[in-house]
Design a protein around this ligand. Sequence first.
Ligand SMILES: [Zn+2]
Ligand SMILES: [Zn+2]
Length: 447
Amino acid sequence: MSTSPEPPAAASADRPVHGSPCPRCVSPLTDDPRFLLWCPACDWNLVPGGDAAPEPTRRERAAIARTDRLYEEQATGGDSPTARRDWLLASAAAGLIHLVTVGIFALALWLLIAGTVVQRCVGAVVLVIAVTLRPRLGRLPKDAGVLDRAGAPALYGLADRVAAEVGARPVDVIQVTDEFNASYGLVGVRRRSVLRLGLPLWEVLDDRERTALLGHEFGHRVNGDRRRSFWLYSAVSALRAWYGMARPGHDGLVVGRDEVSMLVRLGAAFGRLVLRGVAWVLYQGLVLFDRLTSRAGQQAEYHSDVLAARVAGGKAARGTLAALLLFNSVDTAIHQIRAEERGRPRIFRARSRRTEDAPAPPAPDLLWERVREHLASVPAIERERLLRLSARDRSAVDGSHPPTHLRIALAARGGDGDGAVTAAESASIATELAPHRARIAAGLLAG
Ligand SMILES: [Zn+2]
Ligand SMILES: [Zn+2]
């Protein structure tokens, strides 16, 4: 049915489509309708609706300057003097926290040993509080996905080789997870090492990129990442425990209408107010630690990237980092496949979960093949958009990781490592991981 001849032209001019001229600079817009429409010439619609975003605040501009300065320091092989100063301050603050912990324990013991009967009772209560507030150092994982050396000799063999190349001790435990990520940490009083490999990430990397990933993670053992030092880590974990205790809980603990109840209610309200104040102070302490250690942490990430490039070559290190930018594409792929397989779309859940009871997919490796196909189909211009988005992250005030585009730029500067894995080794690792591939695929498809 025909309508008035004038309005349609104006309406379509207001709505650019893929391949049409940019409404801001008239350069051609991107032309792949599967991906966001944006202008590579002027960044129009780089973030949907982001054009109206306000100019960075003074604080954000300062954060951008700090981020760029840290990158320059790393690129020129320097050490950040500010990171060193911050670390000293953080260590001193950690010392205070340890003093309080030791003080509470000492008070409890003194009351228990030298006190009267009443004081001993108080001592017992203080001891319970001290134990509750002790630093938590983590423990070795025991759940699904933990691989032992006998069951995964090829993977441990590769891991040990890469660890030796970066100068780290062999890892104690490797665990595969369903996250699009990888991490390395030390747990318990004996500081045993745990490498967590997210299978969705592992599966989209090639052999050299996997070596680079291992190089980066083991780099955390030798990169001077002081956030992971026993002194600092245990202090922050104690502070978290304190905050967990003081954090405001639910209200309405006391109900009643008589005078006694009124007094109790007033007392409880006063107690809650005091606790809220304590929680606020503790929270500020956690924020302060984050601020003081974020620069040293970012420096350590750069250092790990350089080590990854040294082990597996700059190209592989760059490839691993570029893959991390594709988190949403992996999410989309899994979402689509799940919708096709089960007819009920859900959002990809990155958190680990038990999946033993999940139904098996039609073919165990179908998911991984489809995800790889999907990522291979992501055009260069979409990857470029993700890189530019990461550049905008420079304004993040206290990121634990530097923006990915800067990490890629640094990894591109160096590293002539080979990172080669033989076909037989790669096949053995794939066989060792096969049950976990099937289990995690089933879990992700089940949603
Ligand atoms: Zn434009
Ligand atoms: Zn890292």
